[in-house]
Structures are given as C-alpha cells and as structure tokens.
Design a protein around this ligand. Structure first.
Ligand SMILES: C[S@@+](CC[C@H](N)C(=O)[O-])C[C@H]1O[C@@H](n2cnc3c(N)ncnc32)[C@H](O)[C@@H]1O
Length: 417
C-alpha cells in the first residue's frame, strides 16, 4: 500500500472540522510503506508538531494514542477513533461522565426526563403486542437518563450496555437495571426493545475522500512527530460501502464510512427474535447529506462546544459525525427488519408529547397569580420539552424505527421521511 500525506489546517471553529482544507496541498510520501511517513508538504504551518500544538492550548492527553499509531504504522481512521474514544486513554474511558450537564455535551434524555417517558408510551404498546418475557435494552446508555424514566413508567426490568466505566458506575445506581459492558453479554435470544440514543454517531468510522473519480482513504500516521491524516488506497469493503450507500459525491468530497453501524445492527439482529430497535441520532439520508460532503461531517465536542481538529488532542475530545441513515435502514432491511425513518419532533408528537406540552401550557396559565414558584418550575419543564421538539434543534434529529415480527406501535402514523 502506498501513502500520501494530506495536510490539514487545524483548529478552525466551524460546524464541521475542515478536513477539506487539505486542498492547500497533498504531497507524495517519499518513504512508501514505512510505519512513519517522513514526507512533509505544503505551506509551512500546515503540519505542526505536537510541541507547536501547545500554542493553541495545553495538550491534556494523546501521548499514548500517538505512541500506538507510531508503533502500528499509519492506521485506518476507525482504529484511531477507537483508541481516541475507547482506548486506555480514550475520551469515554477516562475521567468523568461525558453526557450530562457537567460533562461535554447534552443529549435529549439529559434535557428532559419526558424524553424517556414519551418513549415509554412506545415501549408499553410494543410490550402489549409481544407479551412476556419482554426485555428493555439501552445501548450506549450514558448516565441512564433515558432508561431510568423508561423503566419507571413501564415497570419493566432492563439491561444497559455501556463501554464507559464512569457511565457504568452511574447506571449501577438504577434499580431494576443490569449493566453490561458489551453487546455480546446480552442473552443470545430475546424479545423486546433496543433503544440507542446518540450511539451510532460515536461508533468508529473510516474516512474517505473522492479524488479524481475514485475513492481514497484517509488514515492516521505520524509525520515529523505529529499525528496527521495520510492518504491510503481504499480497502475493498470500504469502497463497497461507499458505492452502495453514499450517492454521487463530488470530487474532493469527504465521507465518513460507517461500517460499524452495520456490524452493530447484525449483532442485535442475531439476538432480537421479536420486537423493535429505536435508533435516535443526528444525521440524515445519504441524499440529504450530499450538500455537506464538501467538508464532510466529522467534528469534535468538548465542554459543550465544538472542539479542535480530531487529531489535535485525541482522548480529550469527543469525535463524531452525522449518521448515514440510508445505510442503516438498507442494512436493517437486508437483515429482515421493517423500517420507518422519522424526524424526532414527529416521532415524539406521534407518541403524545405535543399534547403533553399543551397541557403543561394550560397548567402554567392556571397557576398565574396563585403559585408563582410552582409556575416557574412548570415553565422550566415546558421549555425543556420545547427543546426536544424544536424543528431546527433536537426535533431535527432522526429516529430510525426497526421492527421485527410485530407491527409498529405507531400503526398508521406516517413517518415523513
Ligand atoms: C453520545 S453518548 C450518549 C449517551 C446517552 N445515550 C445519552 O443520550 O445521553 C454515547 C455513549 O455510547 C457509549 N458507547 C459507545 N460505543 C459503545 C458500544 N459499542 N457499546 C456500548 N456503549 C457504547 C459511550 O460510552 C457513551 O456513553
């Protein structure tokens, strides 16, 4: 395999990490198939050393991750992401809980317990169709802010699958919940529901770029002591995935190849005999993602803000990208699931959340001039629910509903996508 060095400007704050700035220069590596690429290229300053990076802020971690990359040679981006998020010094492995108000990002269930309560309407109806035994599973459960109200409302027991030690510790406090660290620890056959909120966007993914009408991969290597994206031949399985699921990407376009989503679905499919999977995340259909392919959708988060370039401080930032729901839906179809793709606001509305919101508004009005304290509490709760439904915010997330051997509890409601 041969490699080129892709030079990338760092740390520019915008909605996605500007990987496409490599256009400023890609140069040929002089040492082919060496584990450390010696070529450097382009405008001085594009490739910075690890020491120079400290100018932009202290390096809090990443040493061990860079060591592994140096030892293994240029690695596929998904291997880098695995190390940066889930390795020994990974973002989700070390330190605190990431997905709560004190952490690095907020998710729908962290915004309001009414998210989990609303999903419990779906789960109760599904349970009625399926009967017992029925299991509630949440994958990538974080602090438990979704499954806790869900179990409380349904009276069912549940299982949470979490790779993060800090999250598992928090989940251990929830009554009626078994906490597992791997999907393969789930029973080999079960009937029930599997919910995953903002999990798929965090599964390690390959990075590809369309160059002169062919796919190239972007791996991660060390150039002059610094982690850099390097060019590599695209592996056949990656090309196959891209050809099937991304559509006509213009030259220069960047795509996150989310092969692990399919592998994750296959593992659930092997076990779930009857029931449903709800996959909630940011992302869109392949077609709707096409306009964003010039820069791709890869980005980082830290302390509730967009973070630096993913190679800058591995282990200290979340790394994520929009989910290609076309790929997930088609793969699920091949595995035998029926599917419906929803917007989050429509899905929650179909389950009664907008009616609940109207009720909250009426209750709030009725309290005016009577109990101002209670009215303030209600107003806060109402504002949180509005955030879940906001059409340009969380309401614009997608819900992929997959059912097997049972009708959708939402019956004739129309998924609009
Ligand atoms: C963005 S957080 C979302 C947490 C929670 N679902 C929420 O909405 O607040 C993603 C979570 O998925 C977990 N995770 C990532 N990959 C996983 C996997 N393969 N199996 C189980 N958990 C995983 C991470 O540790 C992290 O807690």
């Amino acid at each position: 395999m041969s490699y080129l060095v892709a030079c990338v400007a760092r740390g520019i704050a915008c909605s996605t990490i500007p990987l496409s700035t490599h256009h400023h220069g890609i140069c040929t590596a002089t040492n082919i198939s060496e584990s450390v690429i010696v070529a450097r290229c382009g405008t001085p300053g594009f490739i910075t050393t690890l020491a120079q990076k400290s100018d932009a802020g202290p390096i809090t971690s990443g040493g061990m991750i860079a060591d592994v990359v140096a030892e293994e040679g240029p690695v596929p981006f998904e291997r880098f992401m695995e190390l940066a998020l889930y390795g020994e010094e990974g973002f989700f492995t070390t330190g605190k809980l990431r997905s709560d108000r004190t952490g690095d990002f907020m998710t729908s269930p962290e915004v309001s317990p009414l998210f989990g309560e609303t999903i419990s309407v779906y789960v109760r109806a599904l349970h009625e169709s399926c009967g017992d035994p029925f299991m509630v599973v949440e994958a990538g459960a974080g602090s438990g802010s979704l499954i806790k109200p869900l179990l409380a409302q349904t009276g069912l027991d549940g299982m949470a699958v979490e790779v993060s030690p800090a999250a598992r510790e928090k989940l251990g406090e929830i009554t009626g919940l078994s906490v597992l660290s791997d999907l393969t620890d789930l029973p080999s056959r079960f009937r029930g529901v599997v919910v995953a909120n903002e999990l798929l966007d965090n599964l390690p993914m390959a990075m590809a770029q369309r160059i002169d009408g062919v796919w190239r991969e972007r791996w991660v290597g060390i150039v002059d002591g610094s982690l850099e994206l390097v060019d590599a031949d695209a592996r056949s399985e990656v090309v196959d995935w891209l050809d099937r699921y991304v559509g006509e990407v213009p030259d220069g376009g960047w795509v996150e190849a989310q092969l692990e989503v399919g592998e994750w679905l296959a593992k659930i499919s092997d076990r779930l005999t009857e029931g449903a999977i709800l996959l909630i995340d940011y992302g869109d259909t392949a077609e709707n993602l096409l306009p964003r392919r010039a820069d791709g959708t890869l980005r980082t988060y830290r302390a509730h803000h967009l973070g630096p370039h993913p190679l800058d401080e591995p282990g200290a930032t979340d790394i994520t990208a929009d989910v290609n729901f076309t790929a997930a839906e088609r793969i699920a179809g091949e595995l035998g699931f029926e599917s419906a793709l929803w917007r989050q606001d429509d899905f929650l509305t179909a389950l009664g959340l907008r009616d609940r919101l109207s009720l909250m508004r009426r209750e709030e009005l009725a309290l005016a001039g009577k109990d101002e304290m209670e009215r303030m509490v209600l107003r806060t709760r109402r504002t949180e629910v509005e955030a879940l439904l906001h059409p340009r915010g969380l309401g614009d997330f997608r819900v992929l509903e997959l059912t097997r051997a049972v009708p959708s509890p939402l019956g004739d409601h129309n998924a609009i996508l």
